[in-house]
Ligand binder design. Structure first.
Ligand code: AR6
Length: 192
């Protein structure tokens, strides 16, 4: 059954955290969308495949230039490229942790993905950024745990940001939306 999209908005002072879904992040009009990439930066399945397909070859070309310069991108770090044919202006590629039980620094790495992506957006003077549910697909991170880390690390970075005013999580399916919405409700009362 197809479920209709839901949007939860939590005000954090002057800034706003939005939990949206089910939705396709490639259609977002945010200044930047975040890609759940792998260290090769050469594309893959899931949201990575969808972003490269929808955005066209300009994104891969820019990724190859970054790899030529810095080599593989370690988990927890992020880099920005143009967004090609997408409505967003930039794609920020970050590499989430591969889940391996929870005792290998996965939580810190996942938090770092969010902090670093928001730092790059803020340094580029962007005002809005959209995230998918990093690591919760092919990389196997349990979504209940991932949602709490993603939302809390994003909210902390949002409070410190100078330019970024809005962070959206765009979740692909209803159960994932539910987990992120629960995590966000723990931060504050949703707007009507
Ligand atoms: N919009 C929003 N979310 C999406 C979309 C979309 N168009 N498509 C999938 N998702 P995954 P990971 C959701 O596997 O776990 C790739 O091959 C998906 O339902 O894309 O970080 C990379 O190249 C899930 O909730 O990313 C890496 O090798 C979430 O995005 C590896 O997968 C993340 O799932 C990264 O794995």
């Amino acid at each position: 059954m197809h479920s209709s999209p839901k949007v939860l908005r939590i005000a954090l002072g002057e800034r706003i955290l939005v939990i949206a879904g089910p939705g396709d992040i490639t259609r977002e009009q945010a200044d930047a969308i975040v890609n759940a990439a792998n260290s090769s930066l050469l594309g893959g399945g899931g949201v990575d495949g969808a972003i490269h397909r929808a955005g066209g070859p300009e994104i891969l070309e820019a990724c190859k230039q970054i790899v030529a310069r810095i080599g593989r991108l370690p988990a927890g770090q992020a880099v920005a490229t143009p967004a090609g044919l997408l409505s967003a202006r930039y794609v920020i590629h970050t590499v989430g942790p591969i889940w391996s039980g929870g005792n290998r620094g996965e939580a810190e790495t996942l938090a770092s993905c969010h902090r670093e992506s928001i730092r790059i957006a803020d340094e580029s003077q962007l005002t809005s950024i959209a995230f998918p549910a990093i690591s919760t697909g092919a990389y196997g991170y349990p979504v209940d745990q991932a949602s709490r880390i993603a939302v809390s690390s994003a909210a902390a970075a949002l409070e410190k940001a100078t330019h970024v005013r809005e962070i959206r999580f765009v979740l692909f399916d209803s159960p994932t939306w539910g987990h992120y919405a629960n995590a966000a409700r723990a931060l504050g009362k949703p707007e009507e």
